[in-house]
Design a protein around this ligand. Structure first.
Ligand SMILES: CC(C)(COP(=O)(O)OP(=O)(O)OC[C@H]1O[C@@H](n2cnc3c(N)ncnc32)[C@H](O)[C@@H]1OP(=O)(O)O)[C@@H](O)C(=O)NCCC(=O)NCCS
Length: 205
């Protein structure tokens, strides 16, 4: 891979680079869901529809998290902007500011989402004072044999509902524009796309 630059899709520098022979090799997006726009009943029904237990992850689940991550690490579409770095033990460990939610089929963790919390100065990191916290989805993944059954949507919906109750007021997510499943899941939850990004690569023509 040559030199790579990630820019807002409407950045003037994009035009300049394309003129110099840097084609767009990937597109990605950001999206937001405001807490007061969350349709709780709708999200609850999306969780229930999965038909499997969904719950917050804790430190006892780290081995299961790492196993699901290893099994799916190469499955993320896109380029550098949406690349998934394999979890180490630290990133696989839920904490007050890094919440994890999982879906279980028996003893198997079959889906998970990890969300990083950004807490304002007036909010204790663990306490999440209302009005001061926003959440950024790091990753959402479903085990191969369980995709396309509403489980990815369900685990994201469960995370939004739990974090809303904990005082989060703004949810952000993002991903590859070439990932129709996660785009549809986000839309079902009420996320609105508000950022478009392009990845340009030198000499990729
Ligand atoms: C993206 C991912 C998490 C979605 O989970 P999932 O359980 O398969 O998705 P769901 O069954 O909840 O489907 C969500 C929506 O996408 C649609 N969908 C599912 N798979 C699709 C596909 N391959 N192509 C197009 N649409 C698809 C569903 O119809 C549904 O749309 P709807 O709400 O309009 O009915 C899963 O495919 C995955 O783990 N992919 C690899 C990792 C990844 O890309 N993660 C996202 C970036 S962090």
């Amino acid at each position: 891979m040559g030199d790579v630059v990630v820019l807002p899709a409407d950045a003037p520098r994009r035009v300049e680079l394309e003129r110099r022979g840097w084609p767009v090799v990937a597109r990605s997006f950001g999206a937001q869901l405001d807490g007061d726009a969350v349709e709780r009943e709708r999200l609850r029904s999306l969780v229930d529809r999965a038909g499997l237990p969904v719950r917050a992850l804790d430190v006892a689940d780290v081995d299961a998290v790492l196993a699901l991550d290893v099994a799916t690490v190469g499955h993320y579409p896109g380029s550098v902007a949406t690349r998934h770095e394999p979890f180490d033990r630290e990133r696989a460990t839920p904490s007050a500011t890094r919440r994890g939610f999982g879906v279980w089929s028996g003893d198997d963790l079959v889906a998970m989402t990890f969300v990083d919390l950004l807490v304002g100065d007036d909010g204790a990191a663990a306490g999440l004072a209302a009005g001061s916290a926003s959440a950024e989805t790091d990753v959402t993944v479903v085990a191969v044999g369980h995709r396309g059954r509403g489980i990815g949507t369900a685990v994201k919906a469960a995370s939004v509902l739990a974090l809303l109750d904990a005082g989060v007021t703004r949810f952000r997510t993002g991903g590859s524009a070439d990932n129709p499943a996660i785009i549809a899941a986000n839309t079902a939850l009420g996320y609105v796309r508000d950022e478009e990004w392009v990845t340009l690569e030198a000499g990729a023509l």
